[in-house]
Design a protein around this ligand. Structure first.
Ligand code: NAD
Length: 363
């Protein structure tokens, strides 16, 4: 698969959003987060999203230049309306509110509703961790009914991600961040465009049989043609049996219901809702026992004997490794994704020739 240097890809993405109508600062921010997801290895939340984002912008379903509006503002609690702004704009604003409240109160809860797609939730846990805070995030995507609960073949949940971030002394924060479906929908999109294939049991057909075929999500599609999530007869499967399905339900109820975003339902406008808790470990643990205990325990976990051919990794390690490899070797972009990006760029009036420099392939 051809690769593109991350800096070139980011500059390209920024130009597309600017030409599509976003201010320069916002364009560059969206581009930075999207390419950051590619660098972390989550191509599902990277530049593959650009055509969708630009379409949503053109349709007025996501709005440039928004600021969160406080619906509830208490010392340790906020409910914020993202007013359908870009998630890459309103989510960091919501985290900043949580960080400020947590710094004064030791503990804060912030609910964000009506946000555009917030991308990789790890970005928001990392922002909190950079401020020294532990954070927990329950997220839903109203309007995006994609995932079948445990033992069901019918869509009821969004891919409802869950994320926890923990700052650590003298090492990068630990961030666990995943969709509560077996795979994020964007991974099906990437697979449908000739990228990494899905695991054999990522989807379920109307007959209840497990499958890896993205057509169960999008129906029949042409190479280069649109992928319409309403056309598939099947569903993504929730992860982790009844336990993962239960966590998905909680993400819907807290990230969707409690935040005021609305639980996932067909016919609803797309919006991410995020219910976040922020904890200041220095207030909870003034004797500072936790940092050393966390590091000791992580080392104990890492030292566990791997199964043959296996390797014990901590959350965040695969992303850190991929980032290093892709910063050096470029971000792989499938031909079909590439064509879709060029088509979107042309559609917003960009002249493209000579703008991108291919980099050597990644690993
Ligand atoms: P995934 O299945 O790759 O799981 C990622 C998590 O598992 C990470 O914390 C990673 O460090 C950890 N991990 C991976 N391999 C590991 C190993 N071998 N050992 C230990 N830990 C390991 O991710 P996903 O479910 O495909 O989600 C991808 C991204 O999609 C996430 O960033 C998520 O936030 C995002 N997402 C966003 C939305 C939205 O609406 N905005 C919806 C769904 C998913």
């Amino acid at each position: 698969m051809p690769s593109v240097a991350a800096a070139d890809l980011q500059a390209f993405a920024g130009r597309v959003f600017h030409a599509a109508g976003c201010a320069l600062e916002e364009s560059e921010r969206i581009a930075r987060y999207l390419v950051g997801a590619n660098l972390a290895g989550h191509d599902s939340h990277g530049v593959v999203r650009i055509p969708r984002y630009v379409n949503l912008l053109a349709e007025g379903l996501v709005l440039p230049g928004r600021e969160v509006r406080a619906v509830v503002d208490l010392p340790s609690l906020a409910v914020l309306d993202g007013e359908f702004g870009f998630g890459q704009t309103v989510a960091p604003q919501a985290v900043a509110v949580g960080v400020e409240k947590c710094r004064t109160q030791g503990l804060a809860a912030v609910a964000l509703r009506n946000s555009g797609h917030i991308g990789r939730v790890a970005d928001w846990a990392l922002q909190a961790a950079d401020a020294g805070l532990v954070s927990v995030h329950f997220v839903n995507a109203a309007g995006s009914v994609l995932v079948a609960p445990f033992d069901s073949a019918q869509r009821r949940f969004s891919t409802a991600p869950f994320c926890v971030g923990v700052p650590l002394p003298d090492r990068p924060p630990l961030v666990l961040d995943f969709a509560t479906s077996q795979v994020a929908e964007g991974k099906a999109l990437v697979a449908s465009q000739g990228g990494k294939p899905l695991p054999a049991d990522a989807l379920v057909g109307p007959d209840g049989e497990a499958s890896a075929d993205p057509r169960l999500l999008y129906g029949d599609y042409e190479p280069g043609g649109p992928r319409d999530l309403r056309q598939g007869a099947g569903a993504l499967r929730s992860f982790g049996g009844h336990k993962g399905s239960g966590l998905a339900l909680m993400c819907e109820l807290l990230g969707g219901g409690l935040s005021g975003n609305g639980c996932t339902a067909s016919g609803r406008r797309f919006s991410n809702g995020m219910f976040s808790l922020y904890i200041d470990p220095t207030r909870l643990d003034p004797a500072e026992v936790f940092p050393a205990e966390a590091v000791r325990y992580l080392e104990f976990v890492k030292a566990g004997r791997p199964i043959p051919g296996g390797e014990v990794l901590l959350p965040g390690e695969p992303e850190a490794r991929c980032r290093e490899a892709r910063l050096a070797g470029g971000v792989p972009v499938s031909d079909e994704t590439w064509e879709a990006l060029l088509g979107t760029a042309r559609g917003v009036g960009l002249a493209l020739e000579g703008t991108l420099r291919p980099a050597p392939p990644c690993r």
